[in-house]
Design a protein around this ligand. Structure first.
Ligand SMILES: [Zn+2]
Length: 354
C-alpha cells in the first residue's frame, strides 16, 4: 500500500491535491469523546490520513452505545472507548499516529492535552465539558469544532478560529438546572453521524485551507432532521465575552464532572434517625422558596456546577434531596470531587416527602 493509492480519490480533487494531502499528514486533531459524534468524526479523519489523532474518553463501551457509536463492535463491550477506538482506527489506517487518553477531560489536564494539537473536536455530550473545551481552546489558541445533538436536531459551529467568536460569545454560561443527556432524552445514530461527519469536514477544511474552503467560523448551523429544515445563523464576537475578551493568562479553567455518583439511598425514617447529618436541598431557588423540608440547607445544583464550595466539614454526613432524585446524583458527584465522602440520597426526593 502506498499513499498514492490510499488517498487517490481525494488527492485528485483540485482543492486537496498532493499539497493538501501533505498538510493532512502533518496535522494533528484532538477529539474529546469517542461517542456518537466522535466515532464518525474520527473515522473520516483517520480515513483522510490526518497524521496525528488524539482521543480522550474515560468511559467504557456499553451495549446501549452500539446503535450510534460506529467505531465499536459487540465484542468490545467493557473496553475503554479511547483504546477501543484507537485499535479500530489503526485497522482502518495503520499509517497514522493515534494516541488514546483513557481519562476524563478536567480543569487540571485540559490545557496540556489541547496544547499538543492543532484543532479540537468536541464530541462531548454535556455542557460542563463543552464549556471546558471552549475555555481551554481559547487559553491555548486552538480552533474548536463544536457539535451538539438533541433528539432529531443537530448543531455545529467552529469557534475561536482566527480570532472569531467563541461558544461563550453565543451562550456566556451553561443553562441553569438539570439538562437531560442522551441517556435520558434519547438519540438516534444517524443524527449523531450527520453532525460528527460535518465536524470532520470542518477539520479537513481548516487543515487544507484551500481558498475556496469556508470554515463554519462566525456561523452556527442548525438542522432539524425530521423536516430537514436548517438555518445558518451569523455570530459576532461579544466584546464582553467572559472568556475570549480576556487575556489568555487571565482565563481560569473550571470543571465539575457531570458523571452521576452511586450513593446510599435512605428512606424517610432512616433520614429522621440520622440526627447529626446535614440535610441539603439541591433544587433551584424558586423550588426551594415554594416549599422545602424543615431544617434543610439550600445549595442549588447549578451553584455547585458553577464551582460553589459549601461551607461544611469534608467528613460530615450529608443527605441530599432534589425533586425526584435525579439531580442528587450529579450533585453527589460534584461534592465527591470537592472531597466530601459521606453522602446519601433521600429516596423519592421532595415529591415523595410531601
Ligand atoms: Zn467569546
Amino acid at each position: 500500500m502506498n499513499d498514492k493509492n490510499r488517498y487517490n480519490r481525494q488527492v485528485i480533487l483540485p482543492e486537496i491535491g498532493q499539497k493538501g494531502q501533505k498538510k493532512l499528514t502533518s496535522a494533528s486533531v484532538l477529539c474529546i469523546g469517542a461517542g456518537g459524534l466522535g466515532c464518525p468524526a474520527l473515522l473520516y479523519l483517520a480515513g483522510a490520513g490526518v497524521g496525528h489523532l488524539g482521543i480522550v474518553d474515560f468511559d467504557v463501551v456499553d451495549e446501549t452505545n452500539l446503535q450510534r457509536q460506529i467505531l465499536f463492535s459487540t465484542e468490545q463491550i467493557g473496553q475503554n472507548k479511547a483504546e477501543a477506538a484507537k485499535s479500530r482506527l489503526l485497522a482502518l489506517n495503520p499509517e497514522i499516529e493515534i494516541l488514546a487518553y483513557p481519562e476524563e477531560l478536567t480543569a487540571k489536564n485540559a490545557q496540556n492535552l489541547l496544547a499538543n494539537y492543532d484543532i479540537i473536536i468536541d464530541g462531548s455530550d454535556n455542557f460542563a465539558t463543552k464549556y471546558l473545551i471552549n475555555d481551554a481552546a481559547i487559553k491555548t489558541g486552538k480552533p474548536f469544532i463544536f457539535g451538539s445533538i438533541s433528539g432529531f436536531n443537530g448543531q455545529i459551529s467552529v469557534f475561536n478560529f482566527e480570532n472569531g467568536p467563541c461558544y461563550r460569545c453565543l451562550f456566556p454560561a451553561p443553562p441553569k438546572g438539570h439538562v437531560p443527556n442522551c441517556a435520558e432524552a434519547g438519540v438516534i445514530g444517524a443524527v449523531a453521524g450527520m453532525i460528527g461527519t460535518a465536524q470532520a469536514m470542518e477539520a479537513i477544511k481548516i487543515i487544507v485551507a484551500h481558498k475556496d474552503f469556508t470554515p463554519l467560523a462566525g456561523k452556527f448551523w442548525n438542522i432539524d432532521m425530521l423536516s430537514m429544515e436548517n438555518q445558518l445563523l451569523s455570530l459576532t464576537k461579544n466584546p464582553n465575552c467572559p472568556t475570549c475578551s480576556k487575556n489568555k493568562e487571565e482565563i481560569s479553567l473550571h470543571y465539575s464532572s457531570p458523571v452521576c455518583a452511586i450513593i446510599p439511598e435512605l428512606t424517610k425514617q432512616q433520614m429522621l434517625d440520622k440526627k447529626q447529618a446535614v440535610l441539603v436541598d439541591v433544587r433551584e431557588i424558586d423550588e426551594w422558596e415554594a416549599g422545602h423540608i424543615e431544617g434543610a440547607k439550600h445549595i442549588a445544583l447549578s451553584d455547585l456546577l458553577d464551582g460553589f464550595e459549601p461551607d461544611l466539614a469534608k467528613n460530615c454526613e450529608i443527605i441530599l434531596y432534589c425533586q425526584t432524585g435525579i439531580r442528587v446524583r450529579q450533585a453527589a458527584k460534584t461534592l465527591q470531587t470537592l472531597g466530601f465522602s459521606n453522602i446519601n440520597n433521600l429516596i423519592g426526593g421532595y415529591k415523595d416527602w410531601q
